[in-house]
Design a protein around this ligand. Structure first.
Ligand code: 5GP
Length: 179
């Protein structure tokens, strides 16, 4: 099926799967058997989180939160509000925020501050995609899947207007709303 709003593939399905396996090995080694709480940021991170969780050989707990940032369809303003909060208490837990994509870094900066205030034993970030050169704040991300150019992308969990999340690769979006 050809879609005139999709451009070039930025990360292929094979590259995604291989990198997720590598990240899983790195996390397994870094956490050294300690249990980790994966905090998925919905909806975009759901596919990455499900693959990543199966690539780590650790005792894993899952929780999810959903945030929205005010702004246009494709640009964050940095003002974030929590639509759905976590179920679990973070104290004494090793928390790993699992993010789909970091653009300006404002959403992540807010999340990190918010979760750090809940007293976790440790707090790190694993982001599948980091857009090069666009961060307004130091994103301080320990685990990064891929550094990509600053184009708007969809697929593997990422959407435009709730579409394209099921594509098994990351692809440039060139249709309306893309900047
Ligand atoms: P930031 O706060 O880092 O500017 O933006 C992060 C959020 O904006 C991501 O979690 C994601 O929801 C959205 N976003 C940023 N860049 C893209 C992109 O290229 N494609 C899609 N689908 N969402 C993006």
């Amino acid at each position: 099926m050809t879609d005139p709003h999709l451009g070039r593939i930025v990360v292929t399905e094979d590259e995604l799967q291989q990198r997720v396996r590598e990240l899983g090995k790195e996390l397994t080694s870094d956490y050294g058997g300690r249990p980790v709480l994966l905090v998925g940021v919905l909806k975009g991170a759901f596919m990455f989180m499900s693959d990543l969780a199966r690539a780590v050989d650790l005792p894993v707990e899952f929780d999810f939160m959903s945030v929205a940032s005010y702004g246009s369809a494709t640009r964050t303003s940095g003002v974030v509000r929590i639509l759905m909060d976590l179920d679990l208490d973070l104290s004494e837990r090793h928390v790993l925020i699992v993010e789909d994509i970091v653009d300006s870094g404002l959403t992540l900066a807010y999340l990190r501050k918010n979760l750090a205030a809940r007293g976790p034993a440790s707090l790190e970030v694993c982001a599948l995609l980091l857009k090069e050169g666009l961060q307004k704040v130091d994103p301080d991300i320990k685990y990064v899947g891929f550094r990509i150019p600053p184009d708007f992308v969809v697929g593997y969990g990422l959407d435009v207007g709730q579409r394209y999340r099921n594509l098994p690769y990351i692809i440039e979006y060139t249709g309306p709303d893309a900047e």
